[in-house]
Ligand binder design. Structure first.
Ligand code: PAF
Length: 293
């Protein structure tokens, strides 16, 4: 069944208040549309965790830099609604920019340290835009379990912190990265890739996996792990498109703190505490990915 579509907060709240009045729990999947299997896996998880599934579709202008792809970001509400009907989402909230940023608006939300470095260093203001719109969505949609993809790892950690710090009555869940058969992390931006670029793009994921393999084989030197990834991501080839790394960094998976102690070595005992994060340009497309150790 096609989900009910709302564009105004007041009507959305009335529908959700009625559902909550019948003790129905709410699961929310915030998106910018251009849905793919990664988003649909979040909808599936929301259905497992809640009685009613709300998907928000809003291309948020404040999280794009002045030279980024806001104008060309793919938008196709009818296609998204058809996918969400098959995925059995109940409600879609697709507001206008004016609904989310009323005339005269001047409030922004900033999560300090977690927004610095990594994507924050290369996309100034990006996480302020994300934190602001997600805070607005928490208020507009209300209490429930909110699902985010861990492909946007730093975004997930920023949003977790935001929810805790501002005491929103929500549970934030990070769900596993969904990949194409060749390993490329699914992203709405993959549609920007040319055929030649698309054959090169999976090297990013393959590089991260190569580093993890070394780690699993007992390697603990950070430089060696990073080199294992770089050798795959940036092979010495001639001609054709190539990935240009923006960053490749091993961080503590919860705090995203850089590794400082132990002379560039990870502790010997294996714990699920590290994440290797990368961003790269491929032509005009920016790709991000990560792998947890
Ligand atoms: O990951 C996204 O699609 C967006 O950054 C989000 C969380 C919906 C905020 O606009």
């Amino acid at each position: 069944m096609t989900p009910r579509v709302f564009s105004e907060i007041i009507a959305l709240r009335a529908a959700l208040d009625a559902a909550r009045g019948q003790n129905r729990t709410v699961g929310v999947v915030p998106t910018m549309g251009a849905l793919h299997a990664g988003h649909l896996s979040l909808v599936e998880e929301a259905r497992r965790r809640a009685d009613l599934v709300v998907v928000t579709i809003f291309v948020n202008p404040t999280q794009f830099g002045p030279h980024e792809d806001f104008a060309k970001y793919p938008r196709d509400l009818q296609r998204d609604l058809a996918l969400l009907a098959s995925a059995e989402a109940n409600i879609v909230f697709a507001p206008s920019v004016k609904e989310m940023y009323p005339p005269g608006e001047q409030t922004r939300v900033r999560v300090a340290e977690l927004s610095e470095g990594l994507c924050g260093a290369h996309r100034p203001g990006h996480f302020e835009g994300v934190a602001t719109i997600v805070a607005k969505l928490f208020n507009a949609v209300g209490s429930g379990v909110y699902l985010f993809g861990r492909k946007d790892y730093q975004q997930w950690r920023v949003i977790e912190r935001l929810a805790l710090d501002l005491m929103f009555p929500v549970t934030v869940v990070g769900c596993p990265v969904v990949r194409e058969p060749d390993g490329l992390a699914m992203s709405s931006r993959n549609t920007y890739l040319s055929a030649a670029e698309r054959t090169v793009a999976p090297r990013l994921a393959a590089g991260l996996a190569a580093a993890k393999q070394e780690y699993q084989a007992g390697e603990r030197r950070v430089d060696t792990l990073l080199e294992a990834a770089r050798a795959v991501i940036l092979p010495a080839t001639s001609g054709g498109p190539s990935l240009q790394l923006e960053y490749l960094e091993l961080r503590h998976s919860h705090t995203l703190a850089p590794l400082t102690a132990d002379g560039g070595r990870l502790p010997d005992e294996a714990r699920e505490e590290w994440v290797l994060l990368a961003a790269a340009r491929l032509g005009t497309t920016r790709l991000i990915d990560n792998i947890e150790f």
